[in-house]
Design a protein around this ligand. Structure first.
Ligand SMILES: *[C@@H]1O[C@H](CO)[C@@H](O)[C@H](O)[C@H]1NC(C)=O
Ligand SMILES: *[C@@H]1O[C@H](CO)[C@@H](O)[C@H](O)[C@H]1NC(C)=O
Length: 271
């Protein structure tokens, strides 16, 4: 299989935002009658080549807040919102630096983003010390699917709103293999494929998730081919070389003959 499209998760809907904000609004307006200010860090890439960017998300947040007021769910006199944006360039260190900068310069009640996996990893490991939840449409790697309910767990307070992650995609692939009793798998991947979805090594991490699954099943034979090994060849040629010789089976009179062996045999004959 080729590391293919990853469905981009929808932006947080206003109802989800509400749920989170309600839990953050500890006590309604302050004693002085001033509204409570919810301070949310929005850490996303700015560059438009990415799926989730500051310029796409900021208007959605405005709409969500206006919706809360318009529907009378919250009153502007009780709760206001302040969104502090930072461009993380879809890089882990930039995401981390943005988080620290905001925390040092004032209170942060909530993180929206990062969305790129390596950035999510770094920031989401810190939030339990900062006592601020992190809401992201990213975080596809299977590490993020681990149980997060224990306050000591690595990603405590991380909330992923996406509908699909690498583990789900791997589950689908394994179901298809099981359904057709396919047991011989070649993973062809471009390690940095789909960078615009979840940053560096998006396809590499997807492949890693699949490999973890295949390792657990002794009846599946798998191999992985990194396209960077043969950059001079295009995909067609790589598939011909890799699949053609090592991963095909020809059925002759109900007997499965591995092409690999045929090739070797004919090669020997030639020599
Ligand atoms: C392993 O794979 C085979 C063939 O795809 C399938 O029949 C079997 O149920 C799988 N076993 C596990 C433990 O998933
Ligand atoms: C891939 O390379 C081969 C050989 O150079 C060429 O014939 C073929 O058209 C190329 N395919 C694509 C999709 O570029």
């Amino acid at each position: 299989m080729i590391c293919g499209p990853i469905v981009a998760a929808a932006l947080p809907s206003s109802s989800l935002l509400l749920l989170l904000l309600l839990s953050l609004t500890r006590a309604g307006s302050t004693a002085l009658g001033r509204p409570v200010e919810i301070r949310a860090a929005v850490i996303l890439p700015a560059e438009s080549k990415f799926i989730t960017t500051l310029s796409k998300v900021m208007p959605v947040l405005d709409i969500a807040v206006r919706d809360l007021y318009a529907k009378g769910i919250l009153r502007e006199t009780d709760v206001t919102f302040r969104f502090m944006q930072k461009d993380d360039k879809c890089e882990d260190i930039e995401a981390m630096r943005s988080g620290f900068e905001l925390i040092i310069n004032g209170r942060v009640d909530l993180f929206l983003g990062p969305t790129c996996d390596y950035g999510v990893d770094l920031v989401a490991r810190m939030i339990k010390f900062w006592n601020a939840p992190l809401l992201t449409t990213g975080g596809f790697t299977n590490d993020f699917s681990l149980d997060k309910r224990d306050p000591k767990s690595k990603y405590f307070l991380l909330v992923r709103t996406g509908t699909l992650d690498f583990q789900d995609i791997a589950d689908v692939v394994v179901s298809v293999l099981n359904r057709y009793s396919w047991k011989n798998v070649l993973l062809v991947y471009d390690i940095d494929g789909y960078w615009r979805v979840s940053g560096k090594q998006s396809c590499g991490l997807m492949t890693k998730t699949l490999v973890e699954m295949f390792k657990g099943n002794s009846s599946i034979r798998y191999n992985a081919f990194d396209l960077a090994k043969n950059p001079q060849n295009n995909l067609t040629e790589n598939l011909r070389n890799e699949v053609g010789s090592k991963h095909t089976i020809v059925v002759v009179d109900d007997q499965q003959v591995r092409v690999e062996e045929n090739h070797r045999a004919s090669g020997e004959r030639k020599n």
